[in-house]
Design a protein around this ligand. Structure first.
Ligand code: PLP
Length: 373
């Protein structure tokens, strides 16, 4: 009998789904990993016009249309002063596929991948799928990743380390000094720094910095997407940026697994990137207001809350039994250990939901917190 591949047997379906399934129909959902805003009208129109003009019926180039890759390259110059050649970009089916390409192309069986714990669930799963060995590392008290922790964890077997800023599930934003350190570590140890920047535009305090800007070698690969910035999670459009030789290896995987990203999504993404950016600014302003509301509410309930500076998540420390009490009262939150062993004793709350729903949820949370104290 054909057995299932050991790589895949190590991976389980995300624990987040189980929480959603346990919740009642009328539950307030603070578990969502996507913005609660519409995709900007000009992005939708970009796809509609391309479809109607018959430009989306065929495969595009494997890397994606030249005009989308130019729009992505222009974005890096405009926002960060980073020079990217459109030839060194592959458009992917979301940031998820981009992460997969990067790990498939760089990780040999048994090699180690270092990533933040708590961290985005895909890092562990995609490392296993690539045949690698996950090496989760803990965070500072403010839930940022300390470059020294990463450097200490590097061994001769290390293929890559993942940096994710702003971060899921913590909302933490790495400082420029940290990003410079990550670049130095990638250079000096000659290991790949995989920088997951899908929340790059959702920053409230300070600015997003990419280690790509600081590295002196080609040891940084950047993953990003339209998913969070333009509320386009359903469109499935992301990308990976790297040096020519790294892109060529990642393209080998993409070419056979995906052929090309969906053509309508590529046109929508191009329009999103080149059109007015006000919808992004409005969304970020709304998230910042909600962040303040939620942090205040959780602190008033007596919880310790590392203040998130980006994304749309907050990760308070919670007493034992807290998640169950909150879930029983029909507010969906995700237990921190769904994001790694070090997430135990925390919970992730997404505030990508209306202010009224958040206010109602905070009252329920106050009540639930009292019940477990
Ligand atoms: C940190 C992080 N990276 C990557 C992704 C994948 O995003 P996409 O929807 O573009 O595949 C997510 C989605 O939640 C995420 O939180």
């Amino acid at each position: 009998m054909t057995e299932f591949a050991a790589r895949v047997e190590q991976v389980s379906i995300s624990g987040i789904r189980e929480v959603f399934e346990a919740a009642g129909e009328d539950a307030i959902n603070l578990g969502l990993g996507q913005p609660d805003f519409p995709t900007p009208a000009h992005a939708r129109r970009g796809a509609i016009e391309a479809i109607e003009a018959g430009r989306t019926d065929a495969y595009t180039s494997n890397k994606g249309t030249r005009s989308l890759r130019e729009a992505i390259a222009t974005k890096y110059d405009r926002e960060y002063g980073i020079d990217v050649d459109p030839a060194d970009v592959v458009a992917t089916s979301g940031g998820s596929e981009a992460l997969h390409l990067a790990l498939e192309a760089h990780v040999d069986p048994g090699e180690e991948v270092i990533f933040p714990d708590p961290g985005f669930v895909s890092y562990d799963a995609l490392t296993n799928i690539a045949g690698g060995t996950p090496k989760p590392v803990g965070l500072r008290d403010d839930l940022t990743l300390d470059p020294a922790t990463v450097e200490d964890a590097i061994t001769d077997e290390t293929a890559a380390f993942v940096v994710n800023s702003p971060a899921n599930p913590t909302g933490a934003v790495q400082s420029e000094a940290d990003m410079r350190e990550f670049a130095r570590i990638a250079d000096e140890h000659d290991v790949l720094c995989l920088s997951d920047e899908v929340y790059e535009r959702i920053v409230f305090e300070g600015e997003h910095h990419s280690p790509l800007k600081f590295a002196e070698t080609d040891n940084v690969v950047v993953v990003s997407a339209c998913s969070k910035t333009y509320s386009m999670t359903g469109w499935r459009l992301g990308w990976v940026v790297g040096s020519e030789r790294r892109i060529e290896r990642m393209l080998r995987v993409h070419q056979y697994a995906q052929a090309c990203a969906s053509a309508p999504a590529q046109y929508a993404a191009e329009a999103a990137l080149t059109g007015p950016q006000e919808p992004v600014e409005e969304m970020v302003a709304a998230f910042e207001e909600r962040r303040d509301l939620v942090v205040d509410g959780l602190e008033d309930a007596g919880l310790e809350v590392p203040t998130p500076s980006g994304a749309f998540y907050v990760m308070p420390k919670v007493p034992e039994g807290w998640c169950e009490e909150v879930l029983e009262r029909d507010v969906v939150v995700v237990p921190g250990d769904a994001f790694g062993a070090n997430g135990e004793g925390y919970a992730r709350l997404s505030y990508a939901t209306s202010t009224e729903a958040l206010k109602e949820a905070l009252e329920i949370i106050d009540d639930a917190t009292r019940a477990v104290r």
